[in-house]
Each structure stands twice: as C-alpha cells, then as structure tokens.
Ligand binder design. Structure first.
Ligand code: 3PY
Ligand code: MG
Length: 263
C-alpha cells in the first residue's frame, strides 16, 4: 500500500553532495514537541536529534519527528549505537536519515548502510507507514541518508574503507570521542596538532572517495575555518544552549541596568 503523502525529495541529499555552502544543522537535545517545532520552523538545513547523548529517547521520536517536519526541516537522528533495529525504527518513524556513532570498520559502516536501505541494496524491512515515503522503495533508498561517525582511533585507521563503503552518504566526525580514543586531552578548540592532522586526513579521504564530511562546531568562532576546510555539513548549537544563551544575555543586560553599571 502506498503512503498517500509522499515527500518529493529530501533536500539534504543534494546539499551534502553539492558544491554550495555546507548544510547547517542544530542539535535537538530536549524531547519537547514545542521546542522541536520551533527549531524545525527556522531556515536550518537539518535538525540533529541526539538520541545518543541528548534527552530524547527512541520513544521521543514518535512526537519529535512530526513536530520538526511541520516546519519542513529534515531531521537526522543520531542513534545510541550501530543497531539495525534502531536504524529501521528511526527511519520508519520519519527520520530523513540516521547518524551512527562509533563506526570503526568498513564492515560496521556496511551494516549501517544495509539497515538503512530496502532490498536489493540492503536489508531494511518494509512497513506500510513509511515504506514508500518518497514514492517507492527505490526512491526511498536514494532519499534517506546513512551517515556514520568516525570518532575512534580504529575508525581513523580504517578511514578509506569506511569512506568508500557503498551506501554511506557522509561521515560526521566526533572530535571529542576521537581525542579520547587517541589518548589526547579533551580540547574543544580542536587545535591539538595530532587532532588537526586527524581531521585533515578525514577530509582528504572524503575528497578521495567523494564522501561528504561533517563536524560539530563548538562555538561559532570555528565556523569560517570549518567552511574553508571544506566540510559539507556542520552543526552549531543546541536547543538547550540557545535557551541558556538567550536567558543569560537578557539577564546580563538587566543586571547591568539594575546595578546602574551601563555606559
Ligand atoms: C564527539 O565529539 O564525540 C561527538 O560525538 C560530537 O557530537
Ligand atoms: Mg561522540
């Protein structure tokens, strides 16, 4: 049975592959439909629902995904692990793609890609609610994104086999887990020379294998370097961070006024 509200395309697919500006996304780390709908109503290119480290759980997706898509913004779901059941569930609930943490080998990347695609390319099971979300199963296979994370020293060693795995649509770097795995101290400025080398190696592999590379920004000050480096998708901020920052900015202004400490 066909789904009667087919989506034409997932705009992120062309964005990742194109040569225009990188796609920009924000973390959804609060499982609330109101805040998710507010994020989805912006001009962001995607929302990154963080089921690995944020408050949303797999159960939250049933309400978060429709809330975000009301604004027309594609939502990618970062799953807690490379588990085919979770991949299929997130896609069935309406995710435009999945982000799989801690992928360290080509085989692990291939497993994630297979879970994201219906036969003959993969092993995704057909469900009537979303099975033909983008028209038919072939078209849906082309429209959902399977993005794997490189964030382990082993993943770095196996960079080429991961970046060249058929069905992998992009690599999102997890710089902090990568540092930990490389035995380096956590440094949110990403200026540790060993980490700088690792990031360039990933970008080079992306160019070699025509695989878009993405990275989270830990502060908007990192944005121009990231754009210049050639990242195809970047994340900035989070719902929780924007609430904190907005409240703090107003509070600071009001404190300045109430204490008379203004120019
Ligand atoms: C990391 O830095 O490890 C991440 O997963 C960022 O999202
Ligand atoms: Mg990580």
């Amino acid at each position: 049975m066909a789904n009667d509200h087919h989506l034409p395309i997932n705009p992120l697919v062309a964005k990742l592959r194109g040569d225009g500006p990188p796609a920009i996304g924000t973390f959804c780390s609060i499982p609330d439909t109101g805040s998710a709908e507010a994020l989805g109503g912006t001009d962001l290119d995607f929302i990154f629902i963080d089921v690995e480290h944020g408050l949303p759980t797999m159960d939250s997706l049933v309400s978060l995904l429709p809330a975000i898509s009301r604004g027309g913004t594609p939502a990618l779901v970062r799953l807690p692990w490379n588990d085919p059941a979770q991949v299929m569930r997130a896609l069935d609930l309406g995710a435009a793609g999945v982000i799989i943490p801690m992928v360290s080998t080509g085989d692990e990347a291939a497993a994630a890609a297979a879970a994201s695609r219906y036969p003959p390319e993969g092993i995704r099971s057909f469900g009537q609610a979303q099975g033909t979300r983008y028209g038919d199963t072939d078209q849906t296979n082309r429209q959902v994104l399977c993005i794997v994370m490189i964030e382990t020293a082993t993943g770095l060693e196996n960079l080429d086999e991961i970046a060249s795995t058929p069905g992998v649509d992009g690599i999102f770097i997890g710089p902090i887990d990568l540092m930990l795995s490389m035995g380096r101290p956590i440094d949110f400025t990403l200026s540790d020379p060993e980490v700088v080398d690792a990031l360039s190696a990933i970008l080079d592999a992306g160019r070699r294998h025509d695989c878009p590379i993405g990275i989270p920004l830990f502060g908007i000050g990192m944005a121009s370097a990231a754009v210049e480096a050639g990242y195809r998708f970047i994340t900035t901020g989070s719902d929780a961070g924007y609430i904190r920052a907005g409240a703090a900015a107003d509070l600071a202004a009001l404190h300045a006024i109430t204490t008379g400490d203004i120019a």
